[in-house]
Every structure is written in structure tokens, then in C-alpha cells.
Design a protein around this ligand. Sequence first.
Ligand code: MN
Ligand code: MN
Length: 456
Amino acid sequence: MYAKSAWEKYSEAECKTCFDFCEGYKEFISYGKTERLVARRALEHAKKAGYKNLFEVDKVQKGDKLYVVNKNKNVCLFIVGERPVTEGLRILGAHIDSPRIDIKQNPVYEKQGQAYFETHYYGGIKKYQWVTIPLAMHGVIVKKNGETVEVHIGEDPSDPVLGITDLLIHLAQQQLQKPAGSVIEGEDLNLSMASIPSKKAEKDKVKATVLEFFKEKYGIDEEDFLSAELEVVPAGKARDYGIDRSMIAGYGHDDRVCAYTSLLAILDSSECEYTSCCILVDKEEVGSIGATGAQSKFFQTTIAELIQRQKGDCSFLDISHAMENSKMLSSDVSAAFDPLYPQVNEPNNSCYFGKGITFNKYTGSRGKSGCNDANPEFIAKVRKILDDANINYQTSELGKVDAGGGGTIAYILGNYNMHVLDAGVPVYSMHSPMEIVSKADVYEAYKAYKVFLKDA
Ligand code: MN
Ligand code: MN
């Protein structure tokens, strides 16, 4: 309720700078349709900015710019600060996985002259939103000999797109009686692949057409899908949204919008008092678990590697001190107050488009369960930093009390006993194939992340 519109603050020149910044972001999410692609693009940016692989460096000194990459899906960037790493870092952490539809391990089948891929969705989606839209497929197939083949279908304008059909309205009387959660069942999200029967096959001729395509284009056999990771996502590029071009429509704003702004914040920074850090993690949408999620030991080990190269050795206490002395913004998107759906938000504690980066003191559900609940001492510090830099911010909760809920990676880093505050960009239609953000919020988030690294 204290938040002000960034648009009213902007001069014409600032508005142009904001729009220009967002062109880079649009390019980033149009390319980064999977966590692997985002990690790759982030690394490309970092290398171009002079970042060196931590593991190729023997000794770390202040001012060094370093990167670490984990299993092609996690990236950590550091600018070593004036103070030793054990005195703490200033961390921006975002996730780079987004809700989507994954291909099963035995995907290909044929039915009544049509060939399909079996799928299993990833993260929270309203399944009915993913039918009758153009879809693309991205991912890797790893052969037994270790060779990795990359698959990209549906983004190039000359490519075909893929998709999932829906029942025609004329025959949907029964379907339309169902609750929205089961109008389209998970097992029915089958991806259309082909319809011409192969002349070379005796049976399952359309399935054969699919397999011949993959053999010819990618050199793989049907069995190789066993070790594939193929993701189905909305096809096409991010676009300006609204006649004033004030917003961006695209797939995967959650949470690539905070990943991009955090990434650019560190890339556009130089040496600060404390070591700057940006971590991009995977698997947030399914609980941050596994080797590449925020709960992975990867981050802790990376900090140990960093201290080892700065100090010459690294004890358990050194790592603990580095963590406990750290401060972090958990960079994740928030649900914007949508004037078309006012019933789920409490207006005084909601975030709004165009009012800047939003802080969630806590997330969680049913009495804040599972939340991080940032300390007011830390929030006060962040308020001061942003006010001093004339950056627009607001505070919000994820919907009305007991309306639902959700979480972020905040509590996971909080478990290391560091200060963490959720801070991100408000989004409309979150987890849908076409999410919306405000350009002003994207730009204010970038500026907020940057000043946090310097002054927190
Ligand atoms: Mn998120
Ligand atoms: Mn999410």
C-alpha cells in the first residue's frame, strides 16, 4: 500500500532504458526453454564477461570473477569481495526450471493411424491450458556410447510444431460437466507426432515414421529414448503485451525472469565489500530436490572449494561461518493482484504490476507452514538500501490467508542460518503457457539485485 508506480517515476529516457533492458530478457527466455538451455546461456554471458572456471584456478583473489556449473543444470557465479569469503556472501538465488510436459521413457505409440508420444507433466499446471496450443520439444538423448544428441523441434519458423488435441465443443457435453482439474487428465496429455504410414515398415507403420525421423535426423534408435530428457514447452518467442508494450508475454517467467535479472545484476557488477554470488538452480517446481535442486550439497561444496582456494585450507567451521554471515535474496516470482480475479487476494497485502520488485516476508500455506519468514532486522536493511537507491518495491503475500499457497527456495538456504528474503517479479497467469510480467518490475528487480550485492 506504500508502493508507488515505477512508470510515473520514469522519465522518457528511463522508460527507454527499461524497454531496452527487456529486449535482452525477451531474447533470453525465447532461447532458454529448458533449464539446460538457460544454464548454457548464463554461462555464455559469464564467459563473455571474463568469468573463469573456479576449478581451473589455483588461487582466488579479491576481484576474481568465477563460475561453477553442475551437471549442465546449475550455475554459480562469484565476484570475490574485499573481505574473505568466510565473512559471508551476498547471494541472489533463482530457479531456472519451469512447469512443462516431459516425454516418458517409452514414449512412442500408434493408434488408429496417428502416432503419439506419451508424456508426464512436470510441476503444477492446469492441464486444460496445454491443449490446442503450438508446442515445441527440446532436450537431449544420450546414447549408450555416451554421445549426447540435442533435440530442438518447433521453434524455427520453418519447423513443424507439435501439440495435444482437445475434444470439439460439439461433442463435449459430458466433458464440460467435469471439474476443471479433470477436464483433461494427465494420462491423456499425448503429443501428436505423425500421421503418414512408413512404406518401409510391415506393422505400426506410423510409429515407424516417427522412429525413422529420429534415426535419420538424430541417429538414435527407439531404445535410446530410455536415456533421453525431452521437454515439451510452448513454441515461439516472448512478445510485447499490451498496446503500450508495457508487459511481456512469454513462457517460463517463473522463474527465468528472476534468473535473468539476478544474472545481469552480477554480470554488471564489479568487486564489492562482500563476495557477490548468483546461483541458478533446478527442480524448484518439484520441491528443489535431487542433485541439481537447491537442497543439493553442490552449493555447500562449491563454497568450500572457494574458501580452499582463498585461504589455503577450509574447515567445517569456515564453511559454516561463510554461510551464517551471508545474506540472500531468494529471487522468485510472486502472484500479482489480477483485477480480473480479485477474490483470491487481500488488496492491502498484494503486489501490483508496475510497482516494482516485491518482497514476501513469508510464503507457505495454512498458517505460513513451510515458509522461511524473514527477520525484520534484515527486511529493514533491504528497505533502506532500496529507498536510498530510489528503487520501487512492494510487499505481498501469496493470496488471501488459506486461499492456497506455495513456496520458494528461501527456507533451504535459510537452513544454513543465513538471512534470506523472498524478492521477485509479480506475474499474471503463473504456470500457464503464457505468463505475463511488467517491464517496469523486471527493470526495478534488476536494479534492486544489483544494489543488494553492493550495499547489503
Ligand atoms: Mn518460482
Ligand atoms: Mn513456480
